[in-house]
Design a protein around this ligand. Structure first.
Ligand code: SAM
Length: 314
């Protein structure tokens, strides 16, 4: 498993752009809160040699063990923790990374998780309906698909999958359940959802299930304000989102944090007392070049945004 899980072809998304915006320097301290297979982390450690340090966090123990092997050559410069970035602040403090020069969040699933049929993330390979990124997830995809009401299923398919035929798909799922594997679910969903342009018709349903099982949006919403408090003055935050729901959360958070007052425009005087904590780096999201998309189709939907912590204390 480990050998298959350390694919030579693992390509970190927007690698050059992450290095450009994070700008690791010797002696710097960094957090990669989505360590994955340590592609970006390796770049950060190489560029911050000889004494830069990195805390790598991932909620997936399988990814973490691959990453630890890859980071072994960096010795004590790399520290890892198996945890959710939803608890970023306490993890960072406990590991001695309370004030850092840069934080990276490269959201979503890794190629290891997608390619490993047993993890149940893929609608292209037969596997159990699992989709848990790690042991902290409270339930798996089978529980959602086989026990949630038709209304609840329709709601999550619409909200988290942006599936236009959410009700129809939910009805089809409820009539055909129980499901035990990914391919039989994907077949029923594909029939109900119908053709969907270039993407597989089960893409949106699988995305919705994955988001719910791992509380992906909730974790991101909790992590972003904590990330700001972990940044030293002028420290940089870089976030890569892979779908519009995540990207909207990041965009709205950054917009709020770059403004001194967030009162509604009709308020004659400021009552919110909000003070800006960040300065925008990227004005527009950075996307993958055509060459990168050709090399790595998974980069197609990546959107990178960055910001830097203002000087002084929050
Ligand atoms: C796109 S991959 C990261 C790839 C990595 N940047 C690299 O270069 O190999 C996303 C990783 O984030 C992890 N992840 C997703 N949500 C998480 C969370 N809430 N807390 C910690 N890790 C999370 C996943 O388990 C996955 O390994």
């Amino acid at each position: 498993m480990e050998d298959r899980a350390t694919p030579a072809e693992h390509i970190p998304v927007l690698f050059a752009e992450v290095m450009e915006w994070l700008r690791p320097v010797p002696g710097g301290r960094y957090i990669d809160a989505t360590l994955g297979l340590a592609g970006h982390a390796t770049g950060i450690l190489e560029r911050s040699a000889p004494d830069g340090r990195l805390l790598g966090i991932d909620r997936d123990p399988q990814a973490l063990s691959v990453a630890q092997a890859r980071l072994a050559p960096f010795g004590e410069r790399a520290v890892t923790r198996c945890a959710s970035f939803a608890d970023l602040r306490s993890i960072a403090e406990e590991a001695g990374f309370g004030q850092v020069d840069g934080i990276l969040l490269d959201l979503g699933v890794s190629s290891l998780q997608l390619d490993e049929a047993e993890r149940g993330f893929s609608f292209r390979a037969s596997g159990p309906l699992d989709m848990r990124m790690g042991p902290s997830a409270e339930f798996d995809a089978a529980q959602v698909v086989n026990t949630w009401s038709e209304q609840e299923l329709a709601r999550i398919l619409y909200e988290y999958g942006e599936e236009r035929r959410a009700r129809r798909v939910a009805r089809a799922i409820c009539s055909a359940r129980p499901f035990y594997d990914t391919l039989s679910l994907a077949a029923v969903v594909a029939r109900a959802a119908g053709p969907s342009g270039k993407i597989h018709p089960a893409t949106r349903t699988f995305q919705a299930l994955r988001i719910v099982v791992n509380d992906e949006l909730g974790a991101l919403q909790r992590a972003l304000p904590q990330a700001v408090t972990c940044l030293a003055p002028y420290g940089r935050l870089v976030v890569i989102a892979f779908h519009s729901l995540e990207d909207r959360i990041v965009k709205q958070f950054l917009q709020r944090e770059v403004h001194n007052c967030i009162c509604p425009p009709e308020m004659p005087v400021c009552t919110c007392g909000h003070r800006a904590t960040l300065q925008l780096g990227t004005r527009k999201p950075v996307t993958a070049s055509e060459a990168e998309v050709a090399r790595n189709p998974r980069s197609r939907s990546a959107r990178l945004r960055s910001a830097a912590r203002l000087g002084g204390s929050v």
